[in-house]
Design a protein around this ligand. Sequence first.
Ligand SMILES: [Cu+2]
Length: 69
Amino acid sequence: MTETTISVPDIHCNHCKMSLEGALGKVAGVKTASVDVPSATISVTFDAPATMDELVAAIEGQGYEVIRG
Ligand SMILES: [Cu+2]
């Protein structure tokens, strides 16, 4: 199990939270995805076949830019 925190500065409201958690939840291998609106970050736990690149692609697919850290 890999746990990561992804910074997505454009997260600003509950709608962002719902759409991003929904998109990440559809990525095979993702166990949990939790958006924290005040800090504009997403905590994700995942296993194979999910990869960091796929998580980023799912986020970008919703129209958000990811800050890679
Ligand atoms: Cu929003």
